[in-house]
Unconditional design. Structure first.
Length: 368
RNA sequence: UGCCUCGUAGCCAAGCGGUAAGGCACCACACUUUGACUGUGGCAUGCGCUAGUUCGAAUCUAGCCGAGGCAG
């Protein structure tokens, strides 16, 4: 009998994944990860949970315990607080300081869930590890989850072929409503639990207040890039991302105002009017830390530049082992440095990297 | 000092005697394992203030306050 160590988050997806694995005849061991510690990490400003008798993380753990008891599988617990800080959170802060928009969850998967976790699982005797991600593995290829609305392959794009080699995604073949139905049928405590959102392990938070714990916020000017006129002031460049419109506090216009760029040396935030503004659109980008999930490297494929974005047709130029040029002459809005560019060929997730430069007409945009 | 124009929600801005359009911002919710984006809903018992005229005024009249402009 093969042993599977499954990451139990305390949510529905991993709960149902555990059920499915058990039904498939595996020897299933649950493993709960703890990666964030409010007091160790100095996470106080804007933390809504400080006065709660039990924080959401502990609640999740309790839920995981109950699910495992119900399924009659053991549940272990492991602490990766330091590793999460060193490999994910410092990266996150460093990127923000550079004015980029990082995706910490992708790095969490790369360094924690599919690295530290796997190593720990092996110590527990794992032949395979499993998670509740909506994605599939088939013939060694990473595929999108069947439920197009919940597909999470985007977050797995930084994983190497080796990292994906002994991984199972039990709910990847299911639609989310079916997952909930299975949870209900099995009378799991997590059946009606709301899907978690927000940064992995940190949760749904007021982004600004959360960051104030770690980064100084330096106020600066907001300039309309088309008129070059001062139109307001921002509260710190790291709080804004390209394509953002909420939180600017600038009214009095006929159209909506969008963030189109930032100058970290001058501490200026650039905005422009209208969601179809030319300053929002680019036609190519350079991607660094390019990771291929398999040996497939087609030059024509599709790409997502942000999670849940619709697929864009692109052409690839390989620059070197870790850099590619992604071209999309039809123009795409709000392609943002720091975000992941993830490539697909139909259902196959080919891999992904981090957007480092964004260009238009072969020129790097000065305002990004 | 005289004359003229203008003062409608945080910002723009309709209305010009019949019981406050719209946009932006903001807030809430939905969506969402990245800060988006998007969608839905909410948002002036009151129209600079005070008196009048009128069945009825943001809309007419007078005075006052305030912001511009012209004349000096």
């Amino acid at each position: 009998m093969k042993t599977v160590v499954i990451g139990m988050s305390g949510g529905v997806d991993s709960s149902v994944a555990a059920i499915l694995l058990k039904e498939q005849g595996y020897n299933v061991i649950g493993l709960f990860m703890r990666n964030w510690d409010t007091s160790v990490n100095g996470d106080y400003l804007g933390n809504p949970d400080l006065n709660e008798s039990i924080c959401p993380q502990e609640q999740d753990y309790n839920d995981a315990i109950k699910v495992c008891e119900k399924l009659d599988i053991p549940l272990k617990r492991v602490d990766f607080v330091k590793e999460y800080w060193d490999y994910v959170f410092t990266y996150f802060l460093d990127e923000l300081k550079r004015g980029r928009t990082p995706n910490p969850d992708i790095m969490c998967n790369k360094y924690i869930k599919f690295d530290m976790f796997i190593k720990h699982a092996v110590k527990l005797g794992a032949d395979y590890i499993a998670t509740g991600h909506y994605a599939r593995m088939k013939d060694g290829y990473l595929l999108r989850g069947v439920d197009d609305n919940k597909d999470q392959s985007y977050f797995l794009s930084q994983l190497s072929k080796e990292q994906l080699s002994n991984v199972l995604f039990p709910v990847g073949d299911l639609e989310k409503p079916v997952v909930r139905k299975i949870a209900l049928e099995n009378d799991l405590i997590t059946a009606r639990k709301k899907d978690s959102t927000g940064i992995c392990f940190i949760g749904e938070r007021n982004f600004k207040h959360f960051l104030e714990n770690y980064l100084p916020n330096t106020k600066g000017d907001i300039i309309n890039i088309e008129t070059n006129k001062l139109v307001g002031s921002h509260v710190g460049l790291m709080y804004y991302t390209i394509g953002q419109r909420k939180g600017l506090n600038l009214g009095g216009n006929l159209q909506r105002l969008f963030v189109v760029g930032k100058d970290t040396t001058k501490n200026i935030l650039y905005v422009a009017l209208g969601d179809d503004n030319e300053y929002l659109y680019t036609d190519s980008c350079v991607v660094e830390q390019m990771n291929w999930n398999s040996d497939l490297k087609p030059l024509k494929c599709t790409a997502k530049f942000r999670y849940r974005q619709k697929d864009n047709n692109v052409e690839i130029e390989i620059i070197d082992d870790t850099h590619i040029l992604v071209k999309y002459p039809q123009l795409v809005s709000s392609v943002t440095p720091g975000q992941a560019c993830v490539l697909y060929d139909g259902e196959i997730c080919l891999g992904g990297g981090i957007i480092s430069k964004v260009l238009k007409n072969n020129k790097e945009l000065w305002y990004l």
